[in-house]
Design a protein around this ligand. Structure first.
Ligand SMILES: Cc1cc2nc3c(=O)[nH]c(=O)nc-3n(C[C@H](O)[C@H](O)[C@H](O)COP(=O)(O)OP(=O)(O)OC[C@H]3O[C@@H](n4cnc5c(N)ncnc54)[C@H](O)[C@@H]3O)c2cc1C
Length: 588
């Protein structure tokens, strides 16, 4: 098994040469210095390689199993997470008053990338736990925070997010889990919950002392009926083991057997097969979805980052393999020794595409993580809001394509389980599905953030991208890319005008095509930014020169091969193509 996880060189370039980490730390008032960041990232890279990568394959082969109503997880997953907790990684992103180090999101994201590249399924428990604790810390009472969030911040208890139900995935307004008032106590208003929650990651396991489920449910009205739609959704803290030590009324009805990401258990949970599961409401009835959505941008950046990390590792494995594998000869040469496959034009095509998708995805996610840190700046918040569907989707779709290309570069060997690239691909296949499918992200981008009330972010995006385009004008190697980017932004603006002229009921028909096209323009912008940073670097040695040349080459590839695709896609969107939307179900 290769121990290549991520490129340290690329991570340092993105953080320092491009995103200006030190200036960023000062601008957001962080008391963390670059030296501390380096130590933290070195620790992360080492722990990821020594404790998470080591059971990557084993946790795929020996997936979680259900025994007498309890889920058993590979012990190595628990051991790795215990060390993660002991080294303070569960708490790192939380403020000091909650026992954390108060590290900025950009820094914890860079750390997370190492673990996601090594073993996303194992670190997935920690990701969910952090998100759960953050929600309780943000919206819960002090008693709820102390009792249910702090043990998670310490990494002793793990958390879940229980939103989906068998009949309600994309459409959470249709959930049927019912919460009936049951008095109150020191933890607030208590309820009894009944219902089924599907797809719950970490829904049961035997590697933490307790599990805190955050459950979306509806409180019935006086007539006993559940409120319609999303407005009636509330959020509840429902622990597996109650504060008095009694097991809550939660049963594991089954385990889902997944294509990839198998180390994270995934459960169908039945709440309230008996008297009803005990839960405490967070905030007030009806606030549940809004509370969840306030955490959503971060969760979606984390999904994108996980996808980008898998893509980056796949690219590095393919690159190394292509330099070692000897096969075939140069065009027109019939004899002599075979060449390394990296010399074939078609392998170069796949490698540069995989590099552009994967490193571009990582750059996008770190850029978004920086925006998360800048939440005091309304411009950053609006831009993050606009970009979030792209941050979630582009790495999930194109990062997965990079993983697909990594298999292809390996030829037949890539299709076997002896190499990691097939597992990276299977693991990444989840990312376009959870945390809102690609189709749902596309509707959010076009319906809400481009054509709807949240439209302010687009002007900020075009201002920043045009600013990069004008900086490129002074650089002979990049000037043509700058004007291509300015044209692409103009094309987006024209498409938005055309869309507004369409029948309102039909404007979102091609939203997935719009998301793809917009993603290409965003990535072209970020590749231009990286090429500008690379071309102003002082390359002291051959390795640095090759690194900078690689960035400029990937930028050129993006502008010559990928960005032009947006033009075709936007013509379909602006023209109101009915090639798919007009079809009747009977033709399928
Ligand atoms: C491995 C895994 C882990 C998960 N972990 C969790 C978890 O921890 N907690 C949790 O709550 N959930 C979790 N989920 C659930 C996940 O969020 C849902 O699977 C997802 O939201 C999609 O819901 P669904 O599966 O019911 O598909 P559906 O909603 O039925 O969607 C099926 C297809 O229809 C499309 N579609 C649906 N509605 C529309 C629409 N209005 N417009 C256009 N297209 C539409 C979708 O894009 C998709 O392609 C997990 C899922 C998986 C597979």
């Amino acid at each position: 098994m290769s121990d290549v996880l991520l490129s340290e060189r690329d991570m340092a370039f993105l953080l320092d040469d491009w995103l200006g980490l030190e200036t960023h730390l000062a601008a957001i008032g962080s008391d963390t210095d670059r030296e501390t960041v380096s130590q933290y990232l070195d620790l992360s890279a080492k722990l990821a390689a020594d404790r998470f990568l080591t059971h990557y394959k084993k946790s795929d082969h020996e997936e979680p199993r259900l025994e007498n109503g309890r889920v058993r997880v590979l012990p190595e997953v628990g051991e790795a997470l215990r060390e993660f907790a002991e080294l303070g990684l569960f708490s790192a992103s939380f403020p000091a008053e909650l026992g954390g180090m108060g590290l900025p999101y950009l820094v914890t994201s860079a750390s997370y990338a190492w673990f996601a590249a090594a073993n996303g399924a194992s670190v997935g428990y920690a990701m969910l736990t952090g998100a759960n604790a953050r929600l309780i810390a943000a919206f819960g009472s002090e008693a709820q925070r102390d009792r249910f969030a702090l043990p998670q911040i310490e990494g002793r208890w793990f958390g879940t997010m229980c939103l989906s139900e068998p009949q309600a995935g994309s459409s959470l307004g249709d959930i049927r889990t019912r919460a009936v008032p049951d008095g109150s106590d020191e933890f607030g208003d208590r309820y009894r919950l009944t219902g089924n929650k599907m797809w719950i990651s970490g829904g049961d396991q035997d590697i933490s002392e307790n599990i805190v489920h955050l459950v979306l449910a509806k409180v019935p009205g006086e007539d006993g009926a559940l409120p319609e739609g999303t407005e009636g959704i509330s959020l509840f803290i429902v622990p597996k083991i109650l504060p008095d030590g009694v097991h809550n009324d939660i049963a594991v009805a089954g385990l889902n057997h997944k294509m990839g990401n198998r180390g994270t258990s995934n459960c169908l949970l039945n709440f309230g097969e008996g008297e009803g599961a005990t839960g405490w409401i967070v905030g007030k009835p009806g606030q549940g979805l809004a509370q969840m959505f306030m955490m959503m941008n971060e969760a979606r950046v984390a999904v994108g980052l996980g996808a980008a990390s898998l893509a980056c590792r796949g690219y590095l494995l393919a690159r190394d393999y292509a330099k070692e594998r000897l096969q075939g000869r140069a065009p027109g040469v019939r004899d002599g020794t075979p060449v390394a496959i990296v010399d074939h034009a078609d392998i170069k095509r796949m490698l540069i595409a995989a590099k552009a998708y994967s490193e571009g995805s990582l750059a996008l996610c770190l850029y978004a993580a920086k925006l998360v840190d800048e939440k005091a700046n309304p411009e950053s918040t609006a831009l993050l809001d606009l970009l979030t569907p792209v941050v979630k989707t582009y790495p999930s779709e194109f990062g997965r394509l990079a993983n697909d290309l990594a298999i292809q570069v390996h030829g037949g060997y890539g299709y076997t389980r002896d190499f990691d690239v097939e597992q990276l691909y299977r693991d990444n296949r989840l990312n376009p599905i959870h945390e809102g499918t690609t189709g749902i992200q596309a509707g959010d981008l076009l319906g809400r953030k481009i054509l709807g009330r949240g439209a302010g972010g687009f002007d900020i995006f075009s201002k920043r991208a045009e600013e990069a385009a004008s900086r490129a004008a002074d650089n002979p190697d990049l000037a043509a890319h700058g004007s291509a980017l300015a044209d692409a932004i103009g094309n987006l603006e024209e498409t938005i005008v055309s869309l507004k002229a369409l029948d309102p009921a039909r404007r979102l028909d091609n939203s997935a095509l719009f998301l793809e096209a917009f993603g290409h323009v965003v990535l072209a912008w970020l590749w231009l930014e990286q090429a500008l940073a690379a071309s102003s670097m002082i390359a002291a040695d051959e390795e640095s020169r090759a690194f900078a040349a690689g960035k400029i080459a990937a930028c050129r590839y993006y502008f010559e091969v990928e960005l032009p695709k947006s033009q075709h896609l936007l013509a379909l969107v602006g023209g109101g193509s009915t090639a798919a939307a007009s079809l009747g179900a009977e033709i399928f």
